[in-house]
Ligand binder design. Structure first.
Ligand code: HEC
Length: 395
């Protein structure tokens, strides 16, 4: 026989819910949010100058938290959530933001749980090759330095299935792009490398100076959690290739950096992938941002020639960018409404986007130039560029 729960229980439960929420505690509500949204950067060895993965460290920063959260300065995740959802999204929900602020302004209670906001596992699942500088590099160019290095690839024909950068000085490295140079193309790349007797070469913008074809492996930025490429996909690499890295350094510290790049490798994959560039072929030369202008925008539309699946998107501009969008006729790919050159990155989709033949993909870059002279298109300091990068497989 089935017994029914007496209805009189219900009003009691409702009454209990109506009590005002107590101040959130560090171990109860706050540390898990910090672990998910902040700790990948705010840990020992992270990009941020302050770690707060335990209570004492977090209390020391608590007074600064409300203003940096309310202004949107932190966490530095610039993709708009209304476009689509992303893997490892660092953005805070309104509730989570209110929880941290409530704790920070409510006496920072400890709670009685476990005192840890460590970020959990990060990096790549399998480290199959490590490409490391033999001599640490000390960046010197101001205000920023972009330096390229070529590393020999010792493995056989196969696929790169993940990448992770391990900067010796995490606070000095803003962005890393990796690319493959096939054996047949090595000559001009090695000549570029030889232009500077020191290790590597100075390489703003396109590492091949817009002249050499570049097979991108991907981008690594501080704040990324996982460097594995989407399951079943990989980018081809041939025995005898070299792997190039372009490191964007903040030079303020002036410290030597013992940079290393880690790769995951596989001999076969289900789907061969590549980074596809969406950009007007006349760019960056065809871009001019007029002196004293705001809102100058450049748009380019490509028509998809055969069906592809897109797993990640990265818009690219430089310091004069104010917004960047990658859209498609099948759905929004990434929208960065307030471009922030310090926090550009590739955004991995939670769910891949299929594009059919005939679908369109658009990139739009918007700029502001407060100066008295036009900003010209190019890859050097003080110039501007615009492109969209898509990690895609053909179906
Ligand atoms: C992607 C990396 C990253 C993430 C994620 C991140 N931060 Fe930061 N945070 C930084 C860096 C780098 C700085 C130093 C910025 C500077 O000095 O310009 C910083 C600075 C701060 C500061 C100090 C600001 C000051 O007063 O100078 C606070 C407070 C802060 N972050 C809180 C948070 C909180 C809370 C979260 C999570 C909700 C978070 N951050 C997520 C990288 C990050």
């Amino acid at each position: 026989m089935i017994r029914f729960r007496p209805l009189s229980m219900v009003p009691i439960a409702l009454y209990a819910c109506a009590k005002p929420d107590p101040t959130p505690t560090w171990t109860g509500e706050v540390a898990p949010i910090i672990a998910d949204h902040c700790a990948i950067c705010h840990r020992d060895g992270g990009v941020a100058p302050y770690a707060f993965t335990d209570y004492t460290q977090a209390v020391a920063l608590a007074a600064s938290m409300p203003s940096v959260l309310q202004s949107g300065f932190m966490p530095p995740w610039r993709a708009d959530a209304s476009c689509r959802s992303y893997a490892d999204d660092l953005a805070l929900s309104a509730d989570d933001q209110a929880t941290i602020i409530g704790w920070a302004t409510g006496g920072t209670p400890l709670g009685d749980g476990v005192d840890s906001a460590e970020p959990g596992a990060y990096g790549i699942t399998s480290i199959d090759a490590i490409l490391a500088l033999t001599t640490p590099w000390t960046p010197v160019e101001t205000p920023d330095e972009e330096r390229c290095f070529l590393f020999p690839y010792e493995g056989g024909d196969g696929f790169v299935t993940g990448l992770w950068a391990d900067p010796g000085d995490p606070q000095e490295v803003e962005l890393v792009r990796a690319f493959v140079v096939a054996p047949a193309d090595l000559g001009p790349w090695e000549a570029l490398d030889d232009t500077d007797p020191a290790d590597g070469w100075s390489c703003g913008g396109d590492p091949g100076g817009n002249a050499l074809p570049t097979t991108w492996l991907g981008t690594w930025t501080p704040g990324e959690k996982h460097g594995d490429f989407p399951a079943g996909t990989g980018i081809p690499i041939a025995a005898g290739s070299k792997v190039g890295v372009q490191i964007h350094y903040h030079v303020a510290t002036g410290r030597p950096d013992s940079f290393a790049m880690e790769l995951s490798l596989a001999s076969t994959v289900e789907h061969r992938a590549s980074w596809v560039t969406v950009a007007d072929p006349t760019w960056p030369a065809g871009i001019t941002v007029p002196a004293g202008s705001t809102g100058a925008a450049f748009t380019y539309e490509d028509v998809v020639s055969s069906a592809v699946t897109v797993y990640a998107a990265e818009p690219v501009e430089r310091d004069f960018g104010t917004a960047a969008t990658l859209d498609s006729s099948a759905g929004c790919l990434v929208d960065v409404p307030a471009w922030d050159p310090d926090w550009q990155r590739a955004y991995a989709f939670s769910t891949p986007q299929s594009l059919a033949a005939g679908d369109t993909v658009d990139v739009t870059c918007t700029y502001a130039n407060p100066g008295a002279t036009d900003v010209l298109g190019g890859d050097g300091p003080g110039q501007e560029t615009c492109r969209g990068m898509l990690y895609a497989t053909t179906n």
